[in-house]
Design a protein around this ligand. Structure first.
Ligand code: AMO
Length: 434
């Protein structure tokens, strides 16, 4: 094979004029101008132009290059020649070509992006969709986002954890769970690492984070919901909701600044402005008042509908927090406001992008008695939460945390309308393959 000293297309420049190189990649385009034939080879870094002059290059090689189907994988050896009109200012005059894998003639997608395709077609042939510049850069950005999140939290002294995804009890209430068969017992796919990250607060770890899949058996088929999503979860001991809100906004600004530096951003026609912190904070009461002024009536204690979120997003127009939620619409582990304040309000918050909810979090109940009462008041059985409640009986510090949807963050940051675009192989109401 010809790949032992393979160079990337973008590593070669006009300065390498006269040098002998090997490249490998996919046949992106073929252009036949009669006397001269151009083969554009694509690799992770970009494109290289292979130029064949009829009568100059060996006839057998000329014929083979002309015939190789688009999207086949090839390895090419040849000499670099400076050519100001070619991509990157050089062309390669080939001496050898090996077809490592020949592609079938009818392609599921056009990788040049000249012919658009429906999202479903793209997801069905995701391996090929990933060969297009735009999709490739979305996933390189996704990887940078995850690295930025880890760097940020590691620097703050957080410990990265992994908690089980096969569980016995619901986290966010009884609905939206995928049941699985676990030998002779009933089990579920975890909808959130909530209970486990809280248990770890009793371990003395103080600051933990997890980046992992969450499973939600939600029936609805929208552009913002997945049945398998990725969540960044943090939990911090000896702090309240106020402190973890600051961590969250600082993290978001840090991620924006890291993605803003990425040169491939131009392929998405985007320029990112790092959002100013602190983000605006409005209470739930203020939110329903703003909505009422805009003609949208929400009864106190009702959750905000998608349409209400949109209206608020239009009014506010930037990232913002909604705080002081009614306890009735927040999970059992949410701490009610301090004495003297309204008991029906909890120390909970949501982080909102004008188009979509990004995260939610709260100060947690750390009193065993109160937690047990709250579990029961939500109609759940305290017995099935024994493994969790136990951690609250032997020294549980006050703590707070949040969960941030990675796909929601990406789609909002990159101005992408459908959440499926930012997941390699999305799982939704209809899709279980690839
Ligand atoms: P919540 O249920 O609000 O909170 O989830 C946290 C964040 O996860 C993302 N998310 C989703 N993204 C895509 N598709 C879905 N079906 C989906 N469901 C949730 C959202 C959401 O804001 N235990 C709490 C967090 C905490 O308090 O620490 C929780 O899971 O971006």
């Amino acid at each position: 094979m010809l790949m032992w000293n393979r160079k990337y297309a973008a590593e070669i420049t006009a300065d390498n004029d006269g040098e002998h190189v090997s490249i490998a990649g996919w046949v992106h385009e073929k252009r036949d101008l009669g006397g001269v034939f151009f083969l554009i080879v694509r690799d992770l870094s970009g494109f290289a132009q292979i130029t064949l002059h009829k009568g100059v290059v060996e006839k057998e090689l000329f014929e083979r290059v002309k015939k190789v189907p688009r999207e086949s994988v090839v390895a090419i050896e040849g000499r670099v020649k400076s050519e100001p009109k070619a991509p990157n200012g050089y062309e390669i005059i080939p001496e050898r070509m090996e077809v490592l894998n020949e592609a079938s003639q009818i392609l599921p997608l056009d990788t040049t992006g000249k012919v658009g395709a429906e999202l479903d077609t793209r997801l069905d042939a995701r391996f090929m969709d990933l060969r297009t510049e735009r999709t490739k850069h979305i996933f390189i950005i996704r990887s940078r986002v995850l690295k930025a999140i880890r760097d940020f939290l590691d620097d703050l002294g957080f410990i990265e954890i992994n908690t089980p995804k096969i569980v016995s009890a619901a986290t966010e209430g009884g609905t939206a769970l995928f049941p699985i068969s676990y030998f002779e017992r009933e089990a579920f796919l975890n909808q959130s690492p909530q209970l486990y990250k809280q248990i770890l607060m009793a371990s003395g770890f103080d600051r933990v984070y997890e980046i992992a899949p969450i499973f939600r058996a939600e029936e609805h088929d929208t552009t913002k919901h997945l049945n398998e999503a990725t969540s960044v979860d943090i939990e911090v001991a000896f702090v309240s909701d106020k402190e973890v809100m600051v961590t969250l906004e600082e993290l978001i600004a840090f991620v924006y600044s890291k993605v803003g530096d990425y040169p491939g951003l131009s392929k998405l026609n985007l320029k990112l402005d790092v959002p100013k912190i602190p983000f605006r904070r409005i209470t739930y009461d203020e939110a329903i008042e703003l909505l009422s002024e805009a003609g949208e009536e929400i009864e106190w204690g009702e959750d905000l509908s998608t349409s209400a979120e949109h209206t608020l997003g239009e009014i506010i127009g930037e990232l913002y927090f909604i705080t002081d939620w009614p306890c009735a619409i927040k999970p059992f582990y949410t701490q009610p406001a301090e004495k003297g304040k309204r008991e029906d309000i909890c120390n909970a918050f949501d982080l909102m992008h004008p188009k979509v909810e990004l995260a939610s979090g709260s100060q947690r109940v750390h009193s065993y008695e109160l937690l047990k009462r709250k579990i029961e008041s939500k109609g759940l059985s305290a017995d099935s939460f024994e493994f969790y409640l136990d951690a609250f009986r032997f020294g549980m510090p006050p703590h707070a945390g949040w969960g941030l949807g990675v796909e929601r963050l990406l789609m909002s940051m990159l101005e992408i309308d459908n959440i499926r675009e930012v997941v390699l192989f999305p799982r939704d109401r209809r899709r279980l393959a690839p």
